[in-house]
Design a protein around this ligand. Structure first.
Ligand SMILES: [Zn+2]
Length: 278
């Protein structure tokens, strides 16, 4: 749990003090193993967040539900991602990655990430920790340092787990549509980001998880691409490409290389001191 130990002290301070890490001077950041693990965890969380939107649209029709605000859907997609990625207490890599997602939110620099209508980054970080803690309070008791004792994390975790298992998951043993993965050309100097994404296996893991646990009713694609000039390049997206016949709608998760590139360059800035002591 290398990253977990390296990050925890800073996370606890940041969450308790209510601070975000200020954007620092620009440098290229270090591409060491800790940085890669950190970025992989954050990127994985964002990809699974988009999968939450996808499943909400494809299985439960929540994306067009009149009672749900955009903020409600964003919260739900975050909770979905956390449940899908929820690590067991004996899974150090999974813990490192989910902690990296938490840290990634606290590190948010609006110059590289600006994807409203999501909740404030600190709230997103807090909610992830709360759900992970709620999944196994005994094993994750360290999280109590930063969690508000009045938050019912166990109840929140159980309610969300029941919704994912009861409403979304499929137990028929049959497979719906398979998920296509497309890595677009890395135009605009995005070669390293593309290579990193491929090596991380995030898209393939997501494909496997979607196909194994859910019955996909529609054509579904995870596309990685250089977004500059086509979409806002600093984030990931989910879109439903509507067809004349709704049965032919195409559900697409887009992973922009630029977001990964920015994160790799930004590295573990703000967490470096603690990292070096370990
Ligand atoms: Zn979203």
């Amino acid at each position: 749990m290398q990253i977990f130990r390296a990050l925890w002290v800073s996370l606890a301070v940041l969450l308790s003090a209510g601070l975000l890490i200020a954007p620092a001077h620009s440098d290229t950041g270090r591409r060491d193993e800790a940085t890669e693990s950190f970025v992989r965890g954050f990127v994985r969380f964002l990809a699974y967040h988009e999968a939450g939107h996808l499943l909400m649209g494809q299985i439960a029709n929540l994306n067009t539900h009149p009672d749900w605000s955009a903020a409600d859907r964003e919260d739900y997609a975050d909770k979905f991602a956390t449940i899908l990625l929820q690590p067991d207490a004996d899974d150090p890599e999974g813990i490192d990655e989910i902690i990296s997602a938490v840290a990634g939110w606290l590190q948010v620099d609006t110059s590289i990430l600006n994807n409203e209508p999501h909740a404030p980054p600190q709230d997103r970080a807090y909610d992830i920790l709360c759900l992970v803690y709620g999944s196994d309070p005994g094993s994750f008791s360290l999280f109590e340092e930063v969690l508000d004792p009045s938050s019912d994390c166990t109840g929140l975790y159980q309610a969300m787990r029941e919704e994912v298992d009861g409403i979304f998951k499929d137990y028929s043993g049959e497979m719906g549509h398979s998920v296509a993965i497309v890595y677009g050309p890395p135009s605009g100097g995005m070669d390293a980001a593309r290579a990193f994404l491929i090596e991380s296996n995030v898209a393939e893991d997501l494909k496997d998880d979607l196909e194994a646990d859910f019955y996909l009713t529609h054509r579904t694609t995870i596309q990685a691409m250089s977004c500059t000039g086509k979409a806002k390049p600093d984030t990931f997206y989910f879109d439903t490409v509507r067809a004349q016949n709704p049965d032919d709608d195409h559900f697409v998760i887009t992973l922009c290389y630029e977001m990964i590139d920015a994160r790799l360059k930004y590295g573990m800035r703000g967490f470096e001191d603690e990292g070096e002591q370990n």
